[in-house]
Design a protein around this ligand. Structure first.
Ligand code: 4AD
Ligand code: MG
Length: 463
């Protein structure tokens, strides 16, 4: 007999049907009449299946006491209408098999609330909790939604390298990749000769797939990457990870306005996808994690985003009368407190800031004629702040070369990137969406470390 997943039983199962289900025990309650109620969960839905097991089910007596929270079971039974509240059907077991026990004294996930800090220490077990089951399912819906969004619009999915020799964002926050025996080298010489290294030069984990995506955009047209990126920034915040996933679409013949339009449509599409495909999980987040999350997600899905030049945002901030920890000054990067003030308090909706000072943005952004700003855009949303960073790209060879020198990059190192401008250059644009930040937005989770299965942060790479 085939196994039916519990989500399917709950949604479509009819009284009288026989099913086989497998999963982990959430609770067992014994009745005085000699039968037990087991709530079984297999991760396919928030809700578990209620199963009634009579004392005369073969083998039940012997295993009865071992059926504790966390134990794994296989059950076969007939569905019946449930007299209890909260579920449409329940199962009356005719067969039961115990796969594995979970000792009640040592199994860490007993049926009480655990702090998210504690759950991070048992990241191998936390997917079994309601919260992490829901996060995982929503993450999956978002992943599928991302591909659906781009695939239905004719974008090609491309894979860009994880190991690279270029620093796209130019922030020098890269993890080095080497096969050199650094301990030995430290004992015998003072300098490292990277010619001797695996790639014959210094290599790192990528901070972004953008530069390679541009190569493909300027050949096959609209494309996108969706992969892991790495940043060795020592920021212990609730919105930074050392390893995170990023979605980076790149589009030829798009100017900054086209880019902003696509970013807005993309975010709104993803908000609608989770509302439509994960109503139970979203209700759970709203009830148990953050009671504004449904309203926020619905509002983002429906409200047009405000577009504001950086310079105007600075004026709003300086005349707001609000006390900020970090000073607001034209030419400074915005801190998360500034971003959140603008989106949460001032505009009360998502905003796209554009035309940032060139001195705080990477080399590849298109320079405006004012000589001071570049065609950058950041999408800011309530609770998170920056969720997307993007720009129109500098397509003029001479301007780009000058910008590289200005940013202390050697144009020779980026000869292939410059070739895109040397041969058949076109105006083009793109952006990057932080995947865990959008998971954080829709789940209402406080900390981004709980929005990825196994977080990597300074001093932490367990599991
Ligand atoms: O603004 P960023 O640095 O832009 C880029 O990497 C461009 N190459 C994108 C492009 O134009 N193709 O990063 C993009 C997004 C941010 O807006 C944020 O959502 C996320 O990536 N992000 C992080 N998420 C988690 N942890 C970190 N340390 C992050 N750094 C950036
Ligand atoms: Mg950014």
């Amino acid at each position: 007999m085939k196994r039916t997943r519990i989500a399917h039983v709950l949604a479509e199962g009819q009284p009288g049907e026989t099913h086989q289900v497998c999963g982990w025990v959430r609770t067992r309650r014994d009745s005085k009449q000699g039968f037990s109620f087991i709530e079984l969960n297999d991760g396919s839905s928030m809700q578990g299946l209620q199963i009634v097991v009579d004392a005369d089910v073969p083998g039940f007596e012997e295993i009865h006491k071992l059926i504790t929270t966390g134990a794994s079971l296989r059950l076969v039974g007939k569905l019946q209408e449930s007299p209890g509240k909260g579920q449409r059907v329940e199962m009356v077991a005719s067969e039961i098999e115990l796969y594995g026990t979970a000792d009640a004294d040592t199994y860490p996930l007993q049926k009480k609330r655990h702090s998210f800090e504690f759950l991070r220490e048992i990241a191998h077990l936390r997917p079994r909790t309601n919260t992490f089951g829901a996060i995982t399912r929503v993450r999956n819906i978002l992943s599928a939604g991302i591909h659906e969004f781009f695939q239905t619009r004719g974008f090609q999915y491309i894979q860009t390298p994880v190991i690279t020799t270029s620093d796209c964002e130019g922030a020098g926050e890269m993890f080095q990749v080497t096969t050199l025996n650094l301990e030995r080298i430290a004992q015998i010489q003072t300098e490292i000769d990277f010619n001797q290294d695996f790639f014959g030069r210094k290599a790192s984990l990528t901070v972004s797939g953008q530069l390679e995506a541009e190569i493909f955009a300027c050949a096959i047209g609209e494309c996108y990457t969706f992969g892991p990126t790495f940043r060795a920034e020592n920021s212990n915040t609730t919105r930074h990870l050392a390893e995170f996933w990023m979605i980076e679409p790149e589009m030829p013949f798009y100017d900054l306005n086209d880019n902003m339009e696509l970013a807005e449509e993309f975010i709104q599409f993803l908000m609608k996808a989770v509302l439509e495909k994960a109503p139970d999980d979203m209700q759970f987040f709203n009830d148990r994690i953050e009671n504004t999350v449904l309203e926020t997600v619905k509002q983002i899905a429906e409200t047009p985003f405000e577009r504001v030049p950086y310079t105007e945002a600075i004026e709003i901030l300086t005349s707001s009368g609000e006390k900020f920890e970090y000073p607001v000054k034209w030419g400074n990067d915005l801190q998360s407190e500034h971003e959140r003030f603008l989106t949460e308090k001032h505009f009360k909706k998502p905003i796209i800031l554009f035309d940032y000072p060139r001195t705080i943005k990477p080399f590849y952004m298109r320079c405006n004629d004012d000589g001071k700003t570049v065609r950058a855009m950041d999408v800011l949303v309530p609770r998170i702040g920056e969720i997307i960073g993007g720009s129109q790209r500098e397509e003029r060879l001479d301007v780009l070369e000058n910008r590289m020198r200005e940013c202390d990059l050697n144009p020779d190192d980026y000869w292939w990137y410059l070739d895109l401008r040397r041969f058949g250059t076109v105006p083009h644009s793109g952006f990057g969406l932080g995947f865990e930040r959008i998971v954080q937005l829709v789940t209402g989770m406080q900390n981004i470390r709980d929005c990825i299965p196994f977080p990597r942060t300074p001093k932490n790479a367990a599991f």
